[in-house]
Design a protein around this ligand. Structure first.
Ligand code: NAP
Length: 289
C-alpha cells in the first residue's frame, strides 16, 4: 500500500499507456519521492492512443510534473509535444514528458536507461563496436542513444520488413549526425553476423526471443563465434538469465539482463522531472533484486 500523505501542493507524475496495471514504475518513483521527501505522487492511467490528446491536454491544464508513456502511446505522443529531445526526434518516440509551465517537452529515456545500465555493469559504450539484434521500439532507442553517446560502430540485424526500413532511415540520420558508423543487415545473413561478432565488443539482444514463456528459445545458435572479450546483454528481464546469456556465459562472456535498463530509464525520467538523482541503490534493493 502507498503510505503517502498528499496535500494541496502535491504534484502528479503519471504513466499513460494500455495496459499499465503491471507496471513497476509507480513503485520505483513513489519510493524515490518518499526517500527524497518530495511532495509528488506517481499514478498509472490506462489511456489508448485515441484518448491521448484529450488526456495530455488535461495534464497540461492540471500542471502535472510530467508523465511517462508506454505502449501503444510512445509514437502518438511524439506529435503532441511542443519540443522534443534529440533522442526523441531521432527515434520518433517519446517515453517521458516534462511539463515546463504548460510546455510539453518530449524525451526518450529508454536508450539512456540502457547506456546507464551498461555503465552500472562496468561497460562504457564510448569507442566500442556494437551489434544490435532487433529493430523495434526498444532497439531504436538503444541504437540512437549508443550512437549519440560515442559508440564507434553499430551493426543492426533484423528481418526485412517495416522495422528494418524504419531503422534504416534512423541509421541514415545517425550516420549524418553522429560520429558512429551505422549499418543495417538482414538477420538471416548469418555469415555476415558471425564475421561481425568476432570483432564486436558488445552484442545486444533487443528482440523478445527467449522471453518467458519461450525461455528455451535463443536468437543465436550454438555455432555463433562468441568469445570472452564480448559483453553480451539481453534487454529481456523475464527470465533473469536468458538462454542467450547462459550460452554466452559458457563462452566466458560477461552478461547483463534488462532489469537495470528498466530502472535507469525511470531514473533518467525522475531526474528530468525533479532535477534530482533517483536514489537508485535503495530503489534497486527494494524492487530490483
Ligand atoms: P517490438 O517493437 O515489437 O520489436 C521487436 C523486435 O524483435 C522487432 O525488430 C522484431 O523483428 C524482432 N523479433 C521478434 N521476433 C523475432 C524472431 N523470432 N526472430 C528475429 N527477430 C524477431 O518490441 P520492443 O518494444 O522493441 O521490445 C523488444 C523486447 O525488449 C521485449 O522482450 C521487451 O520485453 C524488451 N524490452 C525491455 C525493456 C527494458 O527496460 N529492459 C524495455 C523495452 C522492451 P521484425 O521487425 O522482423 O518483426
Amino acid at each position: 500500500m502507498n503510505t503517502f500523505t498528499t496535500d494541496g501542493h502535491t504534484r502528479l507524475a503519471a504513466l499513460l499507456g494500455s495496459p499499465v496495471s503491471h507496471s513497476v514504475s509507480p513503485l520505483m518513483h513513489n519510493e524515490a519521492f518518499r526517500l527524497l521527501g518530495l511532495n509528488c505522487i506517481y499514478m498509472c492511467f490506462d489511456v489508448t492512443p485515441d484518448k491521448l490528446k484529450q488526456v495530455t491536454d488535461a495534464m497540461r491544464t492540471m500542471n502535472v510534473l510530467g508523465f511517462n508513456l508506454t505502449m501503444p502511446d510512445k509514437i502518438p505522443m511524439y506529435s503532441l509535444c511542443d519540443e522534443v529531445s534529440d533522442a526523441a526526434r531521432l527515434t520518433g518516440a517519446v517515453n517521458t514528458v516534462v511539463n515546463e509551465n504548460g510546455k510539453l517537452i518530449g524525451h526518450n529515456t529508454d536508450g539512456t536507461g540502457y547506456v546507464m545500465a551498461m555503465r552500472d555493469a562496468g561497460f562504457d559504450i564510448t569507442g566500442k563496436k556494437m551489434i544490435l539484434l532487433g529493430a523495434g521500439g526498444a532497439a531504436s532507442s538503444i541504437a540512437v542513444q549508443c550512437a549519440l553517446d560515442g559508440a564507434e560502430t553499430l551493426d543492426i540485424y533484423n528481418r526485412p520488413g517495416k522495422n528494418y526500413d524504419k531503422i534504416s532511415e534512423i541509421s541514415e540520420k545517425l550516420n549524418r549526425e553522429t560520429g558512429c558508423r551505422v549499418e543495417v543487415h538482414d538477420i538471416n545473413d548469418r555469415e555476415t553476423l558471425y564475421k561481425n561478432i568476432k570483432n564486436a565488443d558488445l552484442l545486444t539482444n533487443a528482440t523478445p526471443v527467449g522471453m518467458a514463456p519461450d525461455e528455451d528459445r535463443c536468437i543465436l545458435d550454438d555455432s555463433a563465434p562468441l568469445d570472452s572479450h564480448i559483453f553480451v546483454s539481453d534487454i529481456i528481464y523475464n527470465p533473469r538469465e536468458t538462454l542467450l546469456m547462459k550460452m554466452s556465459r559458457k563462452h566466458g562472456c560477461r552478461t547483463a539482463n534488462g532489469m537495470y535498463m528498466l530502472l535507469y530509464q525511470g531514473a533518467e525520467a525522475f531526474r528530468l522531472w525533479t532535477g534530482q538523482d533517483m536514489p537508485v541503490d535503495a530503489v534497486k534493493k527494494k524492487y530490483f533484486s
